[in-house]
Each structure stands twice: as structure tokens, then as C-alpha cells.
Design a protein around this ligand. Structure first.
Ligand code: C2E
Ligand code: MG
Ligand code: MG
Length: 706
């Protein structure tokens, strides 16, 4: 085996270099090119002559040159191998990515260098695609991260076994777990939810979402228990997360705190369904419960009882003692009503002084009447309100499903109708609905529209009831009393329509008509030369408080030309006591105009004597309820004589109302009552008859012993 000579080996190296696909560039110690193999020339795109003698560094793209030179210097100083990636400035001006490796050669110093030149254009372009993709991914992740941390909802993800894989800031705050601590833990540990009503652990929606591969909402009324035990109502949903192949790989939970909105909703519901003053269910809630109760009773073949309650004379108390006392009384009534029923029954305030009791399941009608009896009994005891001992009684109407109606509206309406009959039957009692009770609501509405028409078409008339001096029997005055000449019904008495006119506000124009008519008529009599007596006119509460009242009276007097001294206004105690200070102001103004003032139905109100003394009153009209039994009932006799004595002391004219018998008359005369009004002397008379009485001069009213 022969050994190869060294020269032959060198030749071989040269050939290898010439044939190599790798560019090889040989430089001298200055970096000037002394040799470039074909691969190098190809990469540089130059022929050898263009390369030789030139500094290899001048071929580097100017942008990359500083970096390349800096690295070159470092490598040279530290005698390290040099390796750099940079762009080559090709002859045609284009750039090509290359990698350079350099090694020293020669026996130096100084040393020359051998540089290998590798075309890395392909790799570079693959790199840049990757980098763009990476950047896009990063941006996407960043965007998701920022979004997840800035939205108000908590977001939490799990893997298939149900361990937490991610949570955003809100989720951290709401669960009380930091992301670092939570990740990898079972969801049930981090996201603890319980049923708001039962307090039991609630099913976790993430498992369901993964299992059924669909978005699921959380059960209503769900509560999240934070790590520290604090609870918050939440609303949430869970959705499965899929991989590229569409397989479920986890779940995402999105939830938020609804404690406030839920509390608000609860509050709103309560407000919408309860009476503000008493806290009792209101009409809306009652209607709902009644419908439920009827549905249930229908299935179980049971009955439902409905009691419609109205307080007797509440308006009176409210007017005389003021709204504050009225409100307190209503509260106290509410408590009493509650004490009379079972917890399953509903006591509701219908509005004003009306209450309804729903007996949700009864076996017999007697179950309802028994409750009504109990109510009447409980209300027979006085209620102590603000130092006042108040006696309020109830008028109760009862109707029962299914007998009196098979739907909530009818049952309700019929109980209402029965209640009006209880009122009509003297109050403080209950009435069962009967088919023949006509619906008062319809009647009222009819009357109201008829009254409007009556005003337009002048269907009202005044009757005049004489007032008599009990000593002399002389005619001293008359009370104007309204009647309605209805074309269909004939003459309608005030009890039938004045309360409705009062409630609807129609009493204001009607009252004005009455006063104008009374003044006009009296002036006509006066102008005809008849002997005239003062006429008294009844004033309702609403008229008295109407802001145009004083001006209205003045205008009527001016228009008719009647002397104010011939007009007396009758007001009840409750009207005056409602706002005693304001009343006194109006009374003083009326007095200043020259009119007379009378207190009507005296004894039925809640007058305080000290106030009465402050009002400029001319006349006390003792209510007929006291006169009725004055000859037979010692109590009434005592009261009446006290009232007469009081009036006389206050220098007031005392008129007894409703004098019907000679016995009553004798008693009143013995007590020195000034005057009387009643059937004993005369019924109210039409204008023609009363005019005749005035014309007659001598009065036809026989007064025994006068
Ligand atoms: P009132 O002001 O107390 O009038 C007296 C009522 O007693 C009148 O009833 C009269 O007819 C009746 N009466 C008179 N004498 C007797 C008697 O001896 N026995 C009996 N049982 N009753 C007697 P009327 O006319 O039905 O009026 C009832 C109420 O209607 C009046 O009570 C008054 O409150 C009201 N009213 C009448 N006219 C008007 C009016 O023009 N305006 C207003 N706001 N109310 C009026
Ligand atoms: Mg009167
Ligand atoms: Mg009266």
C-alpha cells in the first residue's frame, strides 16, 4: 500500500472546494478576497475578477454592516470562531440572506481567513412566516387576555376532568382564589355554588356542558360561596370547549354577580304587590292569589271565600282627626284583621278604607261567616290611636266560589255588592251575596252620568223646610234641600245621589247651583214684596275646601243682589274640624261678608269645645238622631239638654232637627230650645208652596200652647 504525496492531497482539497455546494471565500489578513469558489461566486452573483482584491465586508448590506463588523471584532479580539447571519448586497441590488462562518488560516500573525458562505434564503423565508404566525398568535392571546380581564363577567375554564385551567380577574375576585392557586384544582373546590332556596350544593353546569356538549344555563336563584364564605347571587352559563377535531376538551364558565339586581327585583316585586301604608298585599297580589285559590279549589272540589270589608264612618274620623290619625287607624285595623285569619289566608288592602280577606280553602259557607262574626266581635272593641279611643266597625260582604261566581272578577264584584248591602243594612254587619242584589257599581256609574246630565238640563229643584220659633210658633227661617226631578225615576231624594256627587266631585257645581237658586228664589220673593226669612244652604266638605269657594259665594250674592244676612251656610263638625285653623280663616271671611253660619248634625262629630268656641258660629242644629228618642230615652234627653244649654251659653241659636212628635216638642220647649225643624211643623215644601206660606203672612203651623 503506497502513501499519497502531500501535494496530491492539497490538490484534492482544492477540487473539493471547487466542487462544494457551500460557498468558500479566502481572504488575506486585510480581509481582501484572494479566492472564491464557484458556489461562492454564484451566491454573490459575481465572476471571480469582480471579487478578487475586494474586502468581503463591502458586500454586506449597509443596514447589517455595523452588526456584522461588531461581531467580527469581538470574535477577532477573543480569538473565537465567527458566525453571523446577514444580508448580502447582490450585484443587481437585491438582497440575499447568507450565513458566514470564518476561521483563521496561515501561520500568522497576521492571519488570513477562510469564510464559508451559506445561502439561507429558504430558511429565512420559512422563519419569517413562522414569526408572523407567532406574532399573530401572541397578539390574539394578548387581545383575549385583555378582553377577559376587562369584561365585567367572571370567566373560568376547566379541562375534561374538571380541573381549573384558567380564570380571569373577575373570577379571581368572585371566587376568592388567585389564578395561580386555582389552576389545577377541581372546579367544585374553586367554584362553590349552592341553591339559593334550599342552601344545598347545586349541580355544576360545567360538567353538564361537557357531558352534553352544549351550552347550559345555571339553575335560577343560584348562590356562589366565596372562599371566605361570603355569598353572592349569580347568573351564569357554561359551554364546552372543543379542539381542532371538534372534540370536547374542557368547559368555559361565564358568571356574574346579580345580588343587587336580584335584591332590587325582589324589592320592586314587593312594592308592586303590597300596600305602602299597611304592608298588606294589594289589589294586584290579591287578584293573583284569588285566581290561584280558585284554580286549586276547582281541582280539589273545595270552596273559596271572599270577604269584602269597608270601615264604617272612616271618612268621618279622617276628616275630623286628620290623616295622620286616619293612617294609624288603618294600620291598626290591618293588624286586627291579620289576627283573625289563618296564615294561609290573605288579608289585602284594596285602597282607602276597603280591605279584602281571601279564605283560600273552605269546606262550608259557615267557615266564611264564622270569620265574619269573629271580625265584628274583634272590632267591637275600641282602638286606641294617638290618645283617641276610636270605635270603628265593619260592613262585610261575603261571596263564595263556586256558588257566587266561577271566576275571580265575579267573586270579587259580588263580595263588593254584598258589602254595599251590609252598609245599607245599617253597617256593622255582614251580608252574604244574593243573586238579586243589583250591582251597585253599575248603578253608581249610571247615577254619576245622569247627574251630569241633570246639571246640564236643569233637573234639580229645591224644597224649603220651615224652621219654627218654639215659643211663638213664628216662621224664622227655612232650609233649602235639593231634590232631583229625574224624567224617568221621578223625584229623587238627596240620600240617593248626594254621596255619589260628593265622591265624584260633582257636588261642587251642584252646590253652586243650589246656592245660586236659593239666593235667586229668595230675591224673587223679596222683590215680590213677601215677608222674607233667612234661608240656609247645606255645604259639603269638598265645596268648603274648594279653592274658589269664597269667590263663588261672593259672586252669587253680587249676581243675585241678595242681602248676605238672608243666607245661612250649614256645615258639619267634621268639615270644620278637618283642618280647624284653615276652617276658622274661611269662617271668619264668610262672617265678614255678612252671612250666618250653622253647625249641622251637631253631636255626631268629634268636636272639641274649645275649637267650637273659636269658630264664629250663629246656629247649632242638634242632629235628629238625638231628638228621635228624646222623650223616651233618658240618656238622649240628658245629651240634648246639655247641648241646648251649651248653645245658649255660647249665645247661639239652637235648632232641633227632625221634630216629629208633640212629646219631642214639649221636651224641647221645656229645655228652652229656640227653634225646631221637622215633620211636626212641615215637610220640606216646593218653592210654590213655601212662597204661598210666606205670602200668607200668618203661619199655618199650629203650635200647641204658642
Ligand atoms: P240635613 O242637612 O240634616 O237635612 C235635614 C234632613 O232631615 C232632610 O232630609 C229633611 O227632609 C229631613 N227631615 C226634616 N224633618 C224631619 C223629620 O221630622 N223627620 C225625619 N226623619 N227627617 C226629617 P233630606 O232632604 O232627605 O236631606 C238629607 C241630607 O242631604 C241633608 O241632611 C243634607 O245633609 C243633604 N242635602 C240636602 N240638600 C243638600 C244640598 O243642597 N247640598 C248638600 N251638600 N247636601 C244636601
Ligand atoms: Mg242641613
Ligand atoms: Mg242636619
Amino acid at each position: 500500500m503506497s502513501t499519497q504525496p502531500a501535494a496530491a492531497l492539497e490538490v484534492d482539497f482544492g477540487a473539493i472546494v471547487e466542487a462544494a455546494p457551500l460557498g468558500v471565500l479566502v481572504t488575506d489578513a486585510e480581509g481582501l478576497c484572494v479566492h472564491a469558489n464557484p458556489a461562492c461566486r454564484r451566491i454573490f452573483g459575481l465572476v471571480e475578477a469582480q471579487l478578487l482584491g475586494r474586502d468581503w465586508r463591502s458586500f454586506i448590506c449597509p443596514d447589517d454592516q455595523p452588526r456584522v463588523l461588531a461581531e467580527w471584532r469581538v470574535a477577532a479580539a477573543e480569538h473565537q470562531s465567527f458566525r453571523v447571519e446577514a444580508r448580502l448586497l447582490c450585484a443587481d441590488g437585491s438582497l440575499a440572506w447568507i450565513r458566514l462562518n470564518a476561521a483563521r488560516y496561515g501561520l500568522g500573525p497576521p492571519f488570513g481567513h477562510v469564510l464559508t458562505v451559506e445561502d439561507i434564503a429558504d430558511r429565512k423565508s420559512a422563519d419569517s412566516v413562522l414569526r408572523i404566525a407567532e406574532e399573530a398568535l401572541f397578539a390574539e392571546k394578548e387581545r383575549a387576555q385583555v378582553t377577559l380581564n376587562s369584561i365585567g363577567d367572571a370567566v373560568l375554564t376547566t379541562d375534561i376532568p374538571g380541573n381549573v385551567t384558567y380564570m380571569n380577574l373577575v373570577a379571581e375576585r368572585m371566587t376568592g382564589w388567585s389564578r395561580e392557586e386555582a389552576i389545577g384544582r377541581p372546579l367544585a373546590e374553586v367554584f362553590r355554588i349552592v341553591d339559593g332556596t334550599s342552601g344545598e350544593i347545586a349541580a355544576n353546569p360545567a360538567h353538564l356542558a361537557m357531558h352534553e356538549d352544549r351550552t347550559v344555563g345555571l339553575a335560577a336563584d343560584c348562590v356562589l360561596r366565596r372562599r371566605d364564605g361570603i355569598e353572592a347571587s349569580i347568573e351564569d352559563s357554561a359551554a364546552p370547549i372543543h379542539n381542532r377535531d371538534g372534540q370536547v376538551v374542557g368547559a368555559v364558565l361565564v358568571f356574574h354577580d346579580v345580588s343587587e339586581s336580584r335584591a332590587m327585583a325582589v324589592k320592586m316585586f314587593h312594592l308592586a304587590h303590597h300596600d305602602f301604608l299597611t304592608g298588606l298585599p294589594n289589589r294586584a297580589l290579591l287578584t293573583e292569589r284569588l285566581a290561584q285559590a280558585i284554580g286549586l279549589a276547582r281541582r280539589r272540589h273545595k270552596q273559596v271565600g271572599l270577604l269584602f270589608l269597608d270601615l264604617d264612618y272612616f271618612k268621618h274620623i279622617n276628616d275630623s282627626l286628620g290623616h295622620a290619625v286616619g293612617d294609624q287607624l288603618l294600620k291598626s285595623v290591618a293588624e286586627r284583621l291579620m289576627s283573625c285569619v289563618r296564615v294561609t289566608d290573605t288579608v289585602c288592602r284594596q285602597g282607602g278604607d276597603e280591605f279584602v280577606i281571601l279564605l283560600s280553602e273552605i269546606e262550608h259557607l259557615q267557615d266564611a261567616t264564622r270569620v265574619a262574626d269573629k271580625l265584628l266581635q274583634v272590632f267591637s272593641l275600641p282602638q286606641l290611636i294617638d290618645g283617641h279611643e276610636l270605635h270603628v266597625t265593619l260592613s262585610i260582604g261575603i261571596s263564595v266560589f263556586p256558588n257566587d261566581g266561577d271566576n275571580p272578577e265575579t267573586v270579587m264584584q259580588n263580595a263588593d255588592t254584598a258589602m254595599y248591602h251590609a252598609k245599607a243594612s245599617g253597617r256593622n254587619n255582614w251580608q252574604l251575596f244574593r243573586g238579586d242584589m243589583n250591582t251597585r257599581a253599575v248603578q253608581r256609574q249610571f247615577i254619576e252620568s245622569s247627574l251630569r246630565r241633570a246639571l246640564r238640563q236643569d233637573e234639580f229643584v229645591l224644597h224649603y223646610q220651615p224652621q219654627i220659633d218654639l215659643k211663638s210658633g213664628a216662621l224664622t227661617g227655612a232650609e233649602a234641600l235639593i231634590r232631583w226631578q229625574d224624567p224617568k225615576q221621578g223625584l229623587v231624594q238627596p240620600a240617593q245621589f248626594v254621596p255619589i256627587a260628593e265622591e265624584s266631585g260633582l257636588i261642587v257645581p251642584i252646590g253652586r247651583w243650589v246656592m245660586r237658586e236659593a239666593c235667586r228664589q229668595l230675591k224673587v220673593w223679596q222683590d215680590a214684596g213677601l215677608r222674607t226669612v233667612p234661608i240656609s244652604v247645606n255645604i259639603s266638605a269638598m265645596e268648603f275646601r274648594h279653592k274658589g269657594f269664597l269667590e263663588g259665594v261672593a259672586l252669587i250674592l253680587a249676581d243675585t243682589g241678595l242681602a248676605p244676612q238672608l243666607l245661612e251656610l250649614e256645615l258639619t263638625e267634621s268639615i270644620l274640624m278637618h283642618d280647624a285653623e284653615a276652617s276658622a280663616v274661611v269662617l271668619i271671611a264668610l262672617k265678614a261678608m255678612g252671612m250666618h253660619l250653622a253647625i249641622d248634625d251637631f253631636g255626631t262629630g268629634y268636636s272639641s269645645l274649645s275649637y267650637l268656641k273659636r269658630f264664629p258660629i250663629d246656629t247649632l242644629k242638634i242632629d235628629q238622631s238625638f231628638i228621635r228618642d228624646v222623650a223616651t230615652n233618658a240618656d238622649d234627653a240628658t245629651i240634648v239638654s246639655a247641648m241646648i244649654g251649651m248653645g245658649r251659653n255660647l249665645k247661639q241659636r239652637v235648632v232641633a232637627e227632625g221634630v216629629e212628635t208633640l212629646e219631642q216638642l214639649a221636651f224641647l220647649r221645656a229645655q228652652h230650645c229656640h227653634e225646631g225643624q221637622g215633620f211636626q211643623f212641615s215637610h220640606p215644601l216646593g218653592a210654590a208652596d213655601f212662597g204661598a206660606l210666606l205670602a200668607n203672612g200668618k203661619h199655618p203651623l199650629s203650635l200647641p200652647g204658642a
